[in-house]
Ligand binder design. Sequence first.
Ligand SMILES: NC(=O)c1ccc[n+]([C@@H]2O[C@H](COP(=O)([O-])OP(=O)(O)OC[C@H]3O[C@@H](n4cnc5c(N)ncnc54)[C@H](OP(=O)(O)O)[C@@H]3O)[C@@H](O)[C@H]2O)c1
Length: 333
Amino acid sequence: MSEKFKAIVIDNQNEKFTREIQEIDISHLKDGNVLVKIDYSSLNFKDAMILKDGGRIVRKFPFVPGIDFSGTVVESQDDKFKKDDKVILTGFRVGEAYFGGFAQYAKVDANFLIKIPKSLDTHKSMMLGTAGFTALLCSFAVKAKEELLLGEKVKDVLVTGATGGVGSIAIMILSKMGYDVHAVTGKKDKNDYLKDLGAKNIIDRKEFEGESKLLEKGVWDGVVDNVGGAYLTKILAQTKPGGIVALPGNAGGIKINTNCMPFVIRGVKLWGIDSSGSSIKRREFIWNEAAKLIDFSKVQLFTKEVSFTELLDVYPKLLKGELFGRTIVNPNK
Ligand SMILES: NC(=O)c1ccc[n+]([C@@H]2O[C@H](COP(=O)([O-])OP(=O)(O)OC[C@H]3O[C@@H](n4cnc5c(N)ncnc54)[C@H](OP(=O)(O)O)[C@@H]3O)[C@@H](O)[C@H]2O)c1
């Protein structure tokens, strides 16, 4: 098959970093055994770092970024997939080590793909993308307190980085699960938006800054912390006995400073979330649950569809914290 297709190509020659829309030939897709025609991709924090300067994540150039995509199988050398299957890819180092989703075609390992459940389609799956998948993983981690660990019913759940992609979708899911969601944000003008998603209470992020005691009054049954850093010290100290803190992000810093007390006195569990390496079994479970927990008409309200040209304009805003909501990338726009 010889066909040209459009892709965003990043390059780093003679220490000059470039990003441009190029036409490349399908024969350049060397990795993997399933060729997919891409309908949509999405913009995530990691994509923005890679588009800026490779983010110390991409090591080989020229390279096609994009850590997630949805589309239709064109050719498959693996029995698990056949032509016309609709598929989702998130993570597995695609868009980091293997050519990714900011392209009209991608070729990936069959073990990285899952079929789109009947309750979703290629557009809905990338409205969620890696951020939505991560929000679902976090929400089920919190729910594990009452199910897997047979603990008491979860009531109060804290979500930090509330107006971000993961935070916004987590609020929607957790409120649908029946929990009282307390949203932490630095954006004072987004209270109505957060309430509309299902947040019961809005907290200014400043309240999580400053010194924390070893243990504070326990108020959270569960937490989805997108910010990490210094916030996590206070969050762990404020988590109730047996509570679960799901940690997907580090938007506020990578270093954490805590103590043993929340863990040994209260049995608090810190649950790291790595969406990229999740097993296929877990992916299938999570994506199958999505339509039951997500109101797509609401997600649509904070999703903007962009072309490749528009993507190259907007990604710096994500890094500066100026972009709000989800950005879905249409390679055919
Ligand atoms: N582990 C995984 O598998 C995985 C997957 C996806 C994303 N992530 C990570 O999860 C985090 C959230 O991702 P996202 O896609 O939701 O990113 P995002 O859309 O950029 O949202 C991050 C939010 O965090 C808050 N924030 C940003 N900088 C902050 C700071 N310095 N201090 C305190 N709050 C700050 C802001 O919310 P407010 O203005 O509302 O406070 C912002 O909207 C990122 O760190 C991302 O890299 C991890």
